[in-house]
Design a protein. Structure first.
Length: 192
């Protein structure tokens, strides 16, 4: 193709470079090429940067997990008040109904002892259950925070570019030369 380029050299003095490139592409074709382009407009890119910053800031700002101490005292106080205002009078009423000084007998001590022991066991079990539920809720909330920060990080770290492939395009000479060669071979009887 040097002869074609030699032919083009006088034209290159007159034509602007963009026209030369267009004319050359028209005649010789375009090779396959890859192009990088933006996936997001500037506002979207700014939003992704903010998400990345928020995700990083949130993850870095998290304190190490420390189990929290929950205040079970109001619940225990409520149960003890109910015990003294409802359970003890109920036991006394039952024993009074039995007659014969049952309130001063060992039966009163036994029933009050059994009831208070039951109260202590119930409160201990309830406190353990309450603590486990609160710890579970606390861990669940922390897990949701971590998940949110990870989602922000993932969105903020998206590839800002995409790539497109432009297939090779044959030029006029690339399209016509094979056809001209076949026509010449057919005209001259198929051989040289």
């Amino acid at each position: 193709m040097p002869s074609f380029m030699n032919f083009m050299s006088p034209i290159s003095n007159v034509m602007p470079q963009s026209w030369q490139d267009s004319f050359s592409n028209f005649m010789m074709g375009q090779p396959e090429r890859f192009e990088q382009f933006q996936r997001y407009n500037p506002q979207q890119q700014q939003g992704l940067q903010q998400m990345l910053s928020q995700g990083l800031g949130g993850m870095q700002g998290m304190q190490p997990y420390q189990p929290q101490q929950f205040n079970f005292a109001p619940i225990a106080q409520q149960a003890q008040t109910r015990f003294s205002t409802q359970t003890v009078p109920s036991i006394l009423e039952r024993l009074t109904g039995m007659g014969g000084g049952a309130q001063t007998s060992s039966a009163l001590g036994q029933q009050l002892g059994a009831a208070s022991s039951g109260l202590s066991e119930a409160l201990a079990a309830l406190e353990a259950q309450y603590s486990q539920q609160q710890q579970g809720l606390n861990l669940q909330g922390r897990g949701q925070d971590i998940s949110s920060y990870q989602n922000l990080l993932n969105m903020g770290m998206q590839q800002p570019f995409d790539y497109g492939r432009h297939q090779a395009q044959p030029g006029l000479l690339q399209s016509l030369l094979p056809q001209a060669a076949r026509a010449g071979m057919a005209y001259f009887g198929g051989g040289f």
